[in-house]
Ligand binder design. Structure first.
Ligand code: 2IP
Ligand code: CA
Length: 373
């Protein structure tokens, strides 16, 4: 299944291109940012446009993977549904058509007849990305397509993507917000056990090209199955000294912060936007753990980064289960919905989570939180 990994890296880069085009092409960018100005007459329409960018990226990934791996059709899902209601209440099913012209025609129906925006978007969808620099051809991955399902988050950290704050990333420094927090997340799991086994993360806005030709991205990948653990990033070094470093959502409860103060010094309690981005900070060693007490993330947020964390010796546990019965058998799984919930909440990580790269550090965090939150 090295060819699946190679395909996911390629479609993630295509998705990143769409995300960049939507910010770099003026007609698309205007649609994207109008929401900020609260132009009421287009409010519904512009919200649609952001969702449309998500939907079309998700559909592109679904289309490309299903074409190469038909056994996976029906098991490629994500945050968005492709049934789309445009600004006039007409319902349109958004798909990637056989030709760029047909896709542009379909998108124009959703974009209120804006042919320019539709053709720019369609071009990005049908354009093959430049070659992907990832040496994955020689890998032998013991998986079969018929065993697998996929979770897609087309653009995670939506708010940061729309806000568009530009930051210069520094090696080894956690930058809490900005365009670099927006990520394309594609996670693969075993249908039988729900175990996450292959993950691709693309960071479309990693840095601006020195020649001024626009944004350049960076991708990360991991494979973890049957004892095979491979990651494009090396295992992170634990933060020096006895204290742990933790990255939290800005909306995390005070009781969690207070409980963590017994294992994290105040300067090592950090905040950042984007669930996917906070997981990536742990993989990159910018934080030892990502703790979230709320059920505000979903399977499409955590599946891909979960694989990279497994591949470097860590993982992602369901926090409430780990508090109840210990961290050993509390890893998140991805194959079964929560029967008691409805809609997207069926796929929520309802018990909260802890993303970690080292099991001893996970145990310290669970002990610090037990009985306190
Ligand atoms: C969101 C996004 C948010 C996150 C939320 C996720 O996904 O990652 O940033 O909240 O939990 O569901 P926070 O930033 O507080 O961690 P999306 O942006 O795709 O809706
Ligand atoms: Ca998300």
């Amino acid at each position: 299944m090295a060819d699946l990994l190679k395909l996911l890296l390629r479609v993630a880069e295509k998705a990143a291109n769409v995300a960049r085009v939507c910010r770099q092409e003026a007609p698309l960018f205007q649609l994207l940012v109008q929401e900020k100005t609260g132009v009421d007459k287009n409010k519904k329409f512009v919200q649609d446009f952001k969702t449309l960018a998500d939907v079309i990226i998700q559909e592109m990934i679904r289309h490309n993977v299903g074409a190469q791996f038909p056994e996976m059709i029906g098991f490629i899902n994500g945050e968005e549904s492709n049934k789309f209601e445009n600004g006039h209440g007409e319902s349109v099913v958004v798909t990637v058509c056989a030709s760029e012209a047909e896709t542009a025609e379909l998108l124009a129906k959703v974009l209120d007849g804006d042919a320019m925006a539709a053709s720019l978007l369609a071009r990005a969808i049908h354009q093959d990305p430049t070659s992907i620099d990832a040496d994955t051809d020689r890998l032998s991955i013991p998986l079969q397509p018929s065993q697998l399902g996929i979770w897609i988050d087309p653009i995670d950290a939506t708010s940061q993507y729309i806000e568009g704050k530009e930051e210069e990333l520094q090696q080894g420094v956690l930058c809490p917000s900005g365009l670099h927090c927006a990520l394309v997340l594609i996670g693969v799991y075993l249908r039988s056990s729900g175990e996450p086994v292959m993950g691709v993360i693309n960071q479309p806005f990693n840095h601006r090209a020195p020649d001024g030709s626009g944004w350049r991205g960076q991708h990360f990948w991991g494979v973890s199955c049957d004892g095979l653990n491979l990651c494009s990033l090396s295992r992170p070094k634990p933060s020096p000294g006895p204290d742990l470093s933790a990255v939290l959502s800005s909306s995390e409860k005070p009781s969690v912060k207070d409980a963590l103060s017994s294992v994290c010094s105040p300067d090592k309690l950090m905040y950042a936007s984007g669930a996917g981005f906070k997981f990536l900070c742990v993989v990159q060693g910018l934080a030892d753990v990502y703790v979230l007490s709320e059920g505000s993330t979903f399977k499409w947020d955590s599946c891909a980064p979960h694989v990279l964390l497994k591949a470097v010796g860590g993982g992602v546990v369901d926090l409430s289960r780990a508090l109840e019965s210990g961290p050993t058998r509390a890893e998140l799984t991805y194959h079964r919905p929560d029967g008691g919930a409805a809609g997207a909440d069926r796929w929520a990580n309802a018990g909260g989570l802890v993303g970690y790269s080292d099991r001893a550090q996970l145990r310290r965090v669970i002990e610090a939180l037990r009985g306190k939150i």
